[in-house]
Design a protein around this ligand. Structure first.
Ligand code: PPE
Length: 307
């Protein structure tokens, strides 16, 4: 990964290499940690963080769900992220921000509430999540043999570290099988989400994405829906089964890291023409216009770090 200069840890900026934790940290053993993934883009007016407050709020909400008491307010954490981008003096087109909270050292055993809470904001330059070529040509998806954990056994709306074991196993299976990314079904067999992104399909000019019944409440998904409706498309939230995806005209993934990544193949079925579809292309360029500050209408979603 691309190291940066500073990391914000428990209220202070410290050199990147000094942001350390004990090997007996609670989260390393039992997996209760919460993360965010936020992105800053280099606009004409300097770096701007996209939908900062919503990401920070979701971190707080994930922590509430998994019962981690983050001792900082949303405002304090927003400020830390703005300062983090300034202090690190990045130069790339975009910067990924990873705010997170985990349980530190001092308590062993599953009962977690007495473990100390560590709060961290880190940022680094991270290129295209599924590759530059994936953004242009589309990626190949494999439906994983494992499903998303059901709502009776996990909390899919918490962006909790523990949920990423499921994502990791699915991703590993997909990559081992020669695909780029994994798509997970829910425990009822309906399409849920990819290992680290949401999914949309296009059929007969309509844009369709599953409800968040068994997925993260994705901020990029919300952005795409608002933008697509403004462009005049009909957007439908409803359950999708796997065979319907196979015959979609277009499909694409959405996420902070994945941005808008076209899907050209799913389980050896070519989607549409096997390339980035025309509606996908419009959504993708519309999204980049928003995050790079080229669309005034959505500028309220940007927090300029030099403002
Ligand atoms: N579902 C999952 C499981 C997920 O991890 C993400 C984001 C999304 C949906 C999309 O959410 P949003 O970013 O709010 O639109 N995945 C993050 C982590 C990726 C990683 O590998 O790390 C991200 O995109 O930042």
């Amino acid at each position: 990964m691309n190291a940066a200069k500073y990391i914000w840890m428990n209220g202070k900026f410290i050199p990147w290499d000094e942001a350390q934790t004990h090997v007996l940290s609670h989260t390393l053993h039992y997996g209760n940690g919460v993360i965010e993934g936020t992105k800053a883009y280099k606009t004409d007016k300097g770096y701007a963080i996209f939908r900062l407050n919503e990401h920070t709020k979701r971190l707080k909400e994930s922590a509430k769900m998994t019962h981690i008491k983050i001792p900082y307010t949303i405002e304090e954490m927003n400020k830390a992220q703005i300062e983090l981008i300034r202090k690190n003096e990045f130069s790339g087109e975009s910067v990924y921000i990873r705010p997170f909270a985990f349980l530190g050292y001092g308590v062993m055993g599953v009962y977690h509430v007495d473990a100390p809470v560590e709060t961290v904001m880190a940022a680094w330059e991270w290129g295209a999540y599924l590759g530059e070529e994936g953004l242009r040509r589309g990626i190949r998806l494999k439906i994983a043999s494992m499903t998303r954990p059901s709502n009776t056994s996990n909390m899919g709306k918490a962006k909790a570290s523990a949920n990423y074991l499921n994502s990791q196993m699915a991703k590993f299976e997909a990559v081992e099988s020669g695909y780029d990314e994994a798509l997970l079904l829910d425990d009822q067999g309906y399409v849920a989400e990819a290992s680290g992104a949401c999914i949309f399909m296009v059929r007969d000019g309509k844009i369709i994405s599953p409800p968040n019944d068994n997925t993260l409440e994705s901020i990029t998904q919300k952005m795409v829906i608002e933008m697509a409706e403004d462009m005049g498309y009909e957007v439908i939230r409803r359950r999708i089964s796997r065979e319907e995806l196979y015959i979609a005209d277009e499909a694409f993934l959405t996420g902070t890291a994945a941005e808008i990544t076209p899907v050209r193949e799913i389980d050896a079925r070519i989607i549409g023409e096997g390339e980035r579809g025309p509606i996908t292309e419009k959504i993708q360029s519309g999204y980049f216009d928003i995050v790079f500050g080229r669309n005034k209408k959505y500028e309220h979603y940007l927090t300029y770090i030099n403002a």
